[in-house]
Write a protein that binds this ligand. Structure first.
Ligand SMILES: NC(=O)c1ccc[n+]([C@@H]2O[C@H](COP(=O)([O-])OP(=O)(O)OC[C@H]3O[C@@H](n4cnc5c(N)ncnc54)[C@H](OP(=O)(O)O)[C@@H]3O)[C@@H](O)[C@H]2O)c1
Length: 287
């Protein structure tokens, strides 16, 4: 495959770009805080000075940015991606954003002759490192077919979901469920503890039953130790709850559980926990 550009070397972007390099892809990276690219250079990446410079150099460019504001700014701002988009360029935004943001980016890229795919991912830092993400793509099917070799490296499975917005919506539904589950899990650990039960035994019991899941198994032991090394930053989980609730508004879907979960994530952010893992929402319930 042609050289791939990569915009956004955060927790996920770094793991994904390293994975592509490890599998023999040539990769040119850019990050707002440029110094974060240094580690990628050690893995064999080149660095572009601006998003526009990366687009100019690469046929395909992937973006992995924090939120809608970041995704829009990297495309539309001065020296942004749009400056060098033209026919033959493919732009793949893997950030978690809402369908409207994705549509705005899609329209801008395609109006300059480029092709666009939204491709948010399910899975966190570890699956990103291991190439085990689940990719939720939508948009230009030809571009999807062209970048399947990269998706095969990044993920264990990719879905093509049709028109722009469907990938974004699927991702928000998944993360809305996850955020609500994390709240219920946190309440359960606190309830077990405060009512005189050993929370570790609760984890063992949960793991043997019908609601066993990798998230409880992976996060539970650290939460009991009040340890939250960021794999999925809490501020991004709250952003996803907010965007999922807006999708609920648009479709008149009542979401009382998700709305309550959003409040606890907001509370956690107000306590300064936004950069910790989203499991730190436990702190708002246990204190
Ligand atoms: N972590 C996960 O488990 C996970 C899983 C699935 C999906 N996601 C989604 O993937 C995306 C990235 O997540 P992450 O965990 O990698 O987040 P992160 O570690 O916070 O990285 C965010 C990236 O966005 C960049 N950025 C933020 N604001 C910007 C702006 N205004 N202009 C340009 N760049 C900007 C950051 O650059 P700087 O380095 O300069 O700050 C950084 O490269 C988010 O949409 C998140 O919801 C995350």
């Amino acid at each position: 495959m042609e050289e791939i550009g990569f915009l956004g070397i955060g927790i996920m972007g770094k793991a994904m770009a390293v994975n592509l390099l490890r599998h023999g892809f040539k990769v040119t990276v850019w990050n707002r805080t440029l110094s974060r690219c240094d580690e990628l250079v050690q893995h064999g990446a080149s660095v572009g000075e601006t998003p526009a410079a990366v687009i100019k150099k690469c046929k395909y460019t992937i973006a992995m940015l924090s939120d809608p504001a970041a995704a829009l700014s990297v495309v539309f701002d001065k020296h942004g991606a749009l400056e060098h988009v033209c026919a033959g360029k493919g732009y793949i935004d893997m950030s978690t954003v809402d369908a409207d943001t994705s549509s705005q980016i899609s329209q801008a890229i395609t109006s300059k002759g480029g092709s666009f795919l939204e491709a948010p991912v399910s899975g966190s830092k570890k699956p990103a490192e291991d190439g085990q993400l689940v990719i939720l793509a939508a948009g230009d099917k030809d571009l999807y077919d062209q970048v399947v070799p990269a998706f095969d490296v990044l993920g264990k499975k990719s879905f093509f979901l049709g028109k722009i917005g469907n990938g974004a919506k699927m991702k928000l539904v998944v993360n809305m469920i996850m955020g609500s589950m994390m709240n219920a899990f946190s309440e359960g650990i606190v309830l077990a503890d405060k009512s005189g039960l050993d929370p570790h035994t609760l984890l063992d019991v949960l793991d043997l039953g019908a609601i066993a899941n990798p998230m409880f198994k992976m996060k539970g032991p650290a939460m009991i130790k009040n340890s939250y090394p960021p794999a999925f930053p809490l501020k991004h989980q709250q952003k996803d709850m907010r965007l999922a609730l807006a999708l609920g508004d648009e479709n008149a879907v009542p979401m009382p559980v998700a709305a309550a979960a959003n409040e606890t994530f907001k509370k956690a952010r107000s306590l300064g926990l936004g950069d910790l893992d989203f499991s730190a929402v436990f702190e708002t319930l246990s204190k």
